[in-house]
Design a protein around this ligand. Structure first.
Ligand SMILES: [Zn+2]
Length: 309
């Protein structure tokens, strides 16, 4: 008996030394799309894979308590923001962003199409039943030089003027170019009235921007935040953070957020696994840092109350 209990004790100590408990608190999904093919308009049917009740159930089961909703077209975000009974029952707060895309063609044309600015202004004026839009994006720049186009300049100025966030899928060069259009890049930013402006870097460099370069940009721009879906090199074989990213998240615990990026329906199918993956590596961080990245950073930025449950 004594020998058996010793083995049990040794076993428990071994487990404790290699596997921290998963993060179990609330999650803020800072990169969620509810696009038309998910089933925004149709009644539940075989051709309608993910009606509102389905996606909200997936969020609820995953412990996601707030989302940055941005959708192609904006109807998907408006639908979630309008479903107040369903969102309340699911315990999900919707933080709406204006997406720049009415259709797939806009992905590669928005930066040279002045009607996008008109559409954004019309959406901002309309608002949503869940409150005013809080940001613009996600937008993509496959050629960072287009960050200097007229539409990108106008939208960055608009976001800063109105205290909106920007969610941008861009490379590190475009971060510098976009920030150059704002006062957030200037030395007097602390005294400016634009404190609510944020540039959220979708994926924090999906092309694999080295952690050292990310560090440089974060040091240069206090208004820069990083969302971590699809980030290459973030986690290593055991599902825990790779050393360079662990160091970066510990250096800037107030600047990172997690996200699902449900850009195709397949991502809805694996929504639970995606969130569990975050919970695994969040559990390897100090508890206060995990909580900030999982929830507090998004909740504080957008004034979302922490849920009781
Ligand atoms: Zn996305």
């Amino acid at each position: 008996m004594r020998r058996a209990s010793l083995l049990v004790c040794l076993g428990m100590a071994w487990v404790g030394s290699v596997a921290a408990a998963d993060y179990s608190g609330p999650l803020f999904d800072a990169h969620l799309h509810y696009n038309d093919e998910a089933c925004v308009h149709t009644a539940p049917s075989p051709g309608c894979p993910h009606p509102k009740a389905d996606v909200l159930e997936r969020m609820n089961k995953s412990g996601v308590r707030a989302i940055i909703a941005n959708s192609r077209p904006n109807d998907g975000t408006f639908a979630l923001a309008s479903a107040t009974d369903l969102t309340r029952a699911a315990g999900v707060t919707v933080v709406p962003f204006v997406r720049l895309y009415r259709n797939r063609a806009d992905y590669s044309n928005w930066f040279r199409d002045p009607t996008i600015v008109d559409m954004v202004n019309a959406e901002l004026a309309r608002g949503t039943p869940a409150g005013p839009y809080r940001g613009l994006g996600e937008f993509h720049l496959y050629d960072s030089a287009n960050a200097n186009g007229p539409v990108a300049r106008q939208l960055m100025a608009l976001a800063e003027e109105k205290g909106l966030a920007i969610l941008a899928h861009v490379d590190d060069v475009a971060i510098d170019l976009l920030m150059a259009h704002t006062k957030a890049a200037s030395a007097d930013r602390a005294a400016s009235q634009h404190r609510d402006f944020r540039l959220i870097w979708a994926h924090t460099g999906i092309g694999g921007t080295p952690a050292q370069r990310v560090d440089e940009l974060f040091a240069r721009y206090p208004a820069l935040m990083g969302e971590l879906s699809y980030r290459p090199g973030l986690t290593c074989g055991d599902g825990q953070l790779c050393p360079d990213w662990r160091a970066l998240l510990l250096k800037y615990p107030g600047r990172f957020m997690i996200g699902s990026d449900t850009w195709v329906n397949q991502r809805w199918l694996y929504y639970g696994e995606l969130m569990q993956g975050y919970r695994t590596w969040l559990g390897g961080l100090p508890a206060d840092v995990a909580r900030r990245i999982a929830w507090d950073n998004g909740a504080k930025t957008f004034g979302v109350a922490t849920p009781a449950r």
